[in-house]
Design a protein around this ligand. Sequence first.
Ligand code: ADP
Ligand code: MG
Length: 247
Amino acid sequence: METILKVRNVSKSFGGVEANKEVSLEIKSGDIVGLIGPNGSGKSTLFNMICGIQPIDKGEVIFEGKEISKYNVSEIARFGLLRTFQETKIYSKMTCLENMQISYKTPQDTLMSFFSKISQNVIKKSEELLDFVGLYEKRKLKAGDLSFGQQKLLELAMSLINGPKMLILDEPTAGINPTLINGIIDRLKKANEEFNITLFIIEHNMQVIMGLAKKIYCMNHGKILAQGTPEEIKNNKNVINAYLGAV
Ligand code: ADP
Ligand code: MG
């Protein structure tokens, strides 16, 4: 498998707090990788730097062989690396289908791009993706009338419309009713399998991440504490001491 994302010696401080200290990791194309660790260990900061929300103090992020640290969130999204759920904002007064069309990005925002959003191709693609997340029947309903879990599924469909190569997800199941968690997880798995989208996921629910990820990184105090298969991580003494013992 080819490497899709490489993080090399990335550091970030907020005042005196060293949120990330020389973090390095590597993700293979088509993989599902988890990131765990105690609260405040630097997970979200790492994701923010990868997707361009926060500037990096030191180090570099390489996506498909390209150094992306100097680009902003929307430029990085256009390269195919997207942080989902945070960046995809739904418009509650618009229908599901309209939300999908709005998410469709053209190379430039011009009058022509407005017409391309309403083209038959984009409508067809939108309907297919709504079907993929199980919302085809609800395509003409206002997004605000969906349940919270259904809105999450809509957001997932919206982040898929531009054909991302990699999604990074910061606690995708947080705040979701336990009965809907499986729905989200199933669709993420399917997006990985059917569209070959690489997934990098911060997740507190150990059952979820152990069942989903092929490889897991554990952070502690701004550093990578351990990496390995779910089985290796579950049995790693340092991980148990720093994190799993407290879960
Ligand atoms: P995690 O996602 O693992 O819970 P974070 O990356 O959110 O951890 O936070 C790591 C550390 O950086 C914490 O001590 C947190 O308080 C601090 N931190 C994160 N973001 C900011 C910020 N924007 N300003 C100041 N401190 C921050
Ligand atoms: Mg966090």
